[in-house]
Design a protein around this ligand. Structure first.
Ligand code: SAH
Length: 357
């Protein structure tokens, strides 16, 4: 980590306090906040609305940027993967996914991941460390600036998904702090309604998340409808089995407003969890717990050499969806994006490529 405090991870009140300590008035803290987040400036030198002496003082004791962009890859479908490094040498990966209506940035909450989901490449890294709030925000600012130009408006607004490296709910405090800072209207102004946090099922944190006043959307990675199979695919299930997970999901469902829904993600693994009977099992599980305000995102497995799974056939993906729908469960197929550049779900493992730009 950088030896200096990372100002991009300071809330407005923390900045004001820091500036008070430096004998600076509150409006200077507001200027810096706007510079870091609203204008997406990368250094104090660019904050020309601050006196030079103050800029120098700040750069001698604090920092605005710590991540180094190591490589950028662009997929044939327009998806871009940014591979960055922390000062202590850990990878941070961020993916930009352009869509017709709105662009999405998929960001990392941890470097690596401690959960050992059997079908996921990030799991092979193990946990390297939690990202700080400053690092979580900085990766997003770097991507926004690269794609749109420093400080320029995002043409269609941006959605954020915490679906990159790591388990967001194992870095809960830093994640929530970063999201709060990013929602500020003087900053990035990415409001909670445009953010989705995906968890493998850290049950106590799902309860805590449900109670937040301004909470983002939630996605829960399920991928199996019974404990026996889920234990194998996602060992976190041994700690918090489906029954506990669904109690937490019920608590979250209660916080939804009319018309809102949350998501269960289900990675489709050929011959493992994608049979007709397993689709029905999933539908009956939802019925058993009376979960109605849900949709299922079916994610065709993104293969990798180190992973022992194969994707379901497109016909079976379609059948799985139809079986769910025939039992009144809404289901969507997530089109894989950026597979060719190791940017798709479960493919983030700091892969260095030479064959693509
Ligand atoms: N740890 C969080 C955030 C990761 S999000 C979570 O598990 O939810 C990444 C999503 O991609 C999860 O739903 C995960 O189940 C899914 N995934 C992991 N590996 C995958 C792979 N190889 N192919 C497709 N989806 C995968």
């Amino acid at each position: 980590m950088s030896e200096f405090p990372h100002l991009r991870g300071f809330s407005r009140s923390e900045l004001i306090e820091l500036f008070a300590g430096l004998g600076e008035p509150r409006y200077r803290a507001d200027q810096v906040f706007r510079g870091l987040h609203g204008r997406r400036l990368m250094s104090f030198e660019e904050m020309t609305d601050l006196p030079k002496a103050l800029r120098e003082k700040l750069s001698q004791a604090t920092t605005t940027r710590t991540l180094k962009v190591e490589s950028k890859y662009t997929s044939i479908d327009g998806t871009r993967r940014f591979l960055m490094k922390t000062p202590d040498g850990h990878p941070v990966e961020t993916v930009f996914i352009p869509t017709e209506n709105r662009d999405t940035i998929c960001f990392s909450s941890q470097s690596g991941c401690p959960l050992k989901c059997d079908f996921c490449l990030t799991a092979k890294l193990g946990l390297l460390r939690n990202l700080t709030a400053g690092e979580i925000i900085e990766q997003i600012v770097i991507v926004l600036n690269d794609v749109y130009g420093i400080g320029n408006d995002t043409p269609h607004g941006t959605n954020l998904v915490a679906m990159g490296e790591g388990e967001p709910f194992l870095n809960f405090e830093n994640l929530i702090k970063a999201l709060e800072i990013m929602s500020d209207e003087n900053g990035l102004h990415i409001v909670p309604g445009r953010v989705t946090v995906s968890t493998a099922g850290i049950v106590p944190k799902i309860f805590e998340f449900s109670e937040l006043e301004n909470r983002p959307n939630l996605a829960i990675s399920l991928s199996a409808a019974n404990d026996e199979l889920r234990d194998k695919l996602m060992p976190i299930n041994k700690r918090w089995p489906i029954d506990k997970l669904f109690e937490a999901a019920k608590a979250f469902e209660k916080t939804l407003k009319r018309g809102e829904r949350f998501t269960f993600e289900y990675v489709l693994l050929g011959g493992v969890n994608d049979s007709d009977a397993q689709a029905s099992e999933l539908a009956s599980l939802l019925r058993k717990y009376g979960l109605r305000k849900v949709k299922i995102n079916l994610i065709p497995h993104n293969p990798a050499e180190q992973l022992d799974y194969r994707p379901s056939s497109p016909e079976q993906v379609k059948r799985f969806k139809e079986i769910l729908e025939s039992q009144d469960v809404s289901a969507y197929i997530r089109t894989p994006r950026g597979r060719d550049i190791f940017a798709a779900c479960g493919q983030l493992a700091a892969v260095q490529q030479t064959s693509v730009c």
